[in-house]
Every structure is written in C-alpha cells, then in structure tokens.
Design a protein. Structure first.
Length: 346
C-alpha cells in the first residue's frame, strides 16, 4: 500500500484481518503521462486547522471570503492530479457561525482559472444554497448573504454545471452553525472530510492522473482520502492529543458518490450526531455519514497509543481512507493492559 503511505498493520488494522495478496500487487496499466510539476506539494488540510469556538450569544454579521484555486498537486506518493479547491486545500476551510447570524459569502474566481465555479452551502435556506447567485467566471467575484437558521454541521461544495464533476475535483468543505453561546467546551477539535477520486490510472499507478468520467459514472473510485491525500492524516498531519482530553471531530463526506462508515479503532464515541447537537446518540462505535453530509463525533481519551481512523467499509482503507490519532500520556492498566504472562494466576 505504498501509494497510501499507510501500513495497515502498523496502525492497528491487523486485528481486522490481513489484506488479500491480490490487493498488494502493483498495477499493470502503464501511466499515460509522467507526474507533473506541482503548484503546491499537497492540498491536504491540517485537521487541527479549526476556527475558534463561538462564545457570544448575540447574532452578528459574519463575512466570509473564499477563493477558487485550481492546482496541480500530489494525490498520493508519485501521483499527481489537477485539483479544484476552495482556498487551495481539500477540504476547503471550515466555516463557523452562530444560529441567527447573517452571513455574507464572497466567492473569488481568479483570472488564471480555467473554469467557472460557484458555492452551494447546505446551511443555506434559499434556491441552490447560494449557487444560483454566485456563479463566477474566471476573473469575477460575486457575493450573497443568508441567515443561519438551523444549528448543526453541514457540507458546502461547488455546484457549477456539472456539479458532480466539480465536487469530484475536490471542491467541498463544511460549515458549522453553533447554538447561541456555542457548543460545550472540549480540549481539542479536529476537521476531517472524506472524498473519493476517479483517476484515469489504477490505484497506486505513478504519474499524472486525470479525472475519469467513465469511472465516476460507474461509481468506481480508485482512491479514497481523508483531507485530500492518501497520507494526509498519517504521514502529513496525524491528529495529536493527550490522555484525559476531550475531543470533538467535525467529519464530512464530500463524495461525490460514496458515503463513509466512520470509525476509530479502539475508541467508543461519547456522542455522535448528524444534524442538531440536541439529538445526539451516545456510546456509538461506527456512524454512517452520506455523501453531501456531515457529522460530529465526541470522545474522551483514556489510553495512550495510536488509534486508526477508518471508513469501516475496510477495503477503502487499502485505497487511502486511513488516518492516525496519536495519544500521549500515562498508561492506566486498569483500563487496558496486555494479557498476563503464561503461567500467571488469574
């Protein structure tokens, strides 16, 4: 699994069984083009890049500007792809507002872009979620405003025709609408969005890959990623925390076609919710988030070590959908301990 930069066994997946040998074979299809020079090394967004929590209780006007960036960058080690992004990362920035706020969104499409773009925010009540009034050709800027009426975490994405193509190129992110006064305090927050990639070449094939419409129509992705690169949450930006801390993870699925069965191996979520934080589920292990949707996961860290983030449709892990949560701190063997040595009394 060299292309993904993740050793399944080293991250705790051995307990789920070894991968079939066939999945480890090198692809036989020759690349059509060598890897291109990159505009940036990768588009992977650091999951710790989260806006500060909201503590105010009075609605205000929040101004947000997003800039389209069409970039050549790395999808996996030795594999490049032409991404379309908001602000140069996958996912785009996490947006954070409060219920009752008036939100002004400005979308900038630089003149060097090759395609028109727009934005559809699922937190918007109004035609197209904003897409109908933000279509910007290269060199244009447009803005609109909306009132954030319903608390929760929502996906946003480009919906310029054909919308599914723009999403498949990486144009998605999440917007959080907090209740007045904000969500309950936690020690750390992270932001992760899963997406899938339809490349001309097979998984693991080196060189420059272009979008394959045929594979997208057949819903047969070659890659799955957390945050835009097969090694985004392992080699590049693993999540880091300490024993005793509480964690809130904002998780979305850009898609465009495939949902996620999100799971952290060795943890049980204190709370999970899609939609309102008032309707959470307690003590959940794995939670399905459909494409074009987002969920919130809260957990308490009690044992040090490396925990693996996966889509529990586990063959997707072999295509890149894996991450690492590295927890440091004192080990409490009353919670988790190795088996006693042979011959020890029970």
């Amino acid at each position: 699994m060299a292309a993904a930069g993740v050793g399944a066994g080293s991250l705790g997946l051995a307990a789920c069984g070894p991968a079939p040998a066939a999945t480890q074979n090198a692809p036989t299809t020759a690349p059509t083009e060598t890897a291109r020079a990159v505009d940036v090394p990768n588009v992977a967004r650091d999951p710790a890049s989260v806006p500060p929590p909201i503590t105010r209780t009075t609605p205000t006007t929040v101004e947000i500007t997003l800039t389209v960036k069409e970039l050549t960058s790395e999808l996996a080690d030795g594999t490049t792809f032409g991404f379309w992004t908001f602000d140069g990362t996958v996912p785009g920035p996490m947006l954070r507002v409060m219920e009752g706020d008036t939100v002004k969104v400005t979308l900038v499409n630089p003149p060097e872009s090759q395609a028109p773009h727009n934005i559809d925010l699922h937190a918007v009540t109004g035609p197209g979620g904003g897409a109908a009034v933000t279509l910007v050709a290269p060199g244009e800027t447009k803005a609109f405003s909306f009132k954030a009426l319903r608390r929760g975490i929502y996906i946003y994405h480009c919906a310029a025709p054909p919308a599914w193509h723009h999403v498949a190129m990486g144009m998605y992110g999440a917007i959080l609408v907090e209740p007045p006064g904000g969500l309950p305090k936690v020690d750390r927050e992270f932001y992760v969005v899963q997406g899938e990639w339809y490349t001309s070449g097979a998984f693991g094939q080196k060189g420059h890959q272009i979008f394959s419409n045929a594979k997208a129509m057949a819903e047969q992705p070659e890659y799955f990623t957390f945050n835009g690169h097969t090694a985004a949450l392992t080699n590049l930006h693993p999540l880091k925390a300490n024993v005793g801390e509480t964690v809130r993870l904002f998780f979305g699925v850009g898609g465009p076609n495939v949902g996620s069965n999100f799971h952290i191996i060795g943890e049980i979520f204190d709370k999970v919710y899609s939609g309102s934080p008032d309707t959470f589920t307690a003590n959940e292990e794995t939670w399905y988030t459909p494409p074009g949707s987002a969920s919130v996961f809260e957990l308490t860290l009690e044992v040090p070590g490396t925990y693996t983030l996966v889509d529990h449709a586990l063959f997707r892990v072999m295509k890149g959908a894996a991450g690492a949560l590295v927890v440091e701190g004192k080990h409490d063997e009353s919670i988790y301990a190795p088996a006693p040595p042979a011959g020890a009394s029970h």
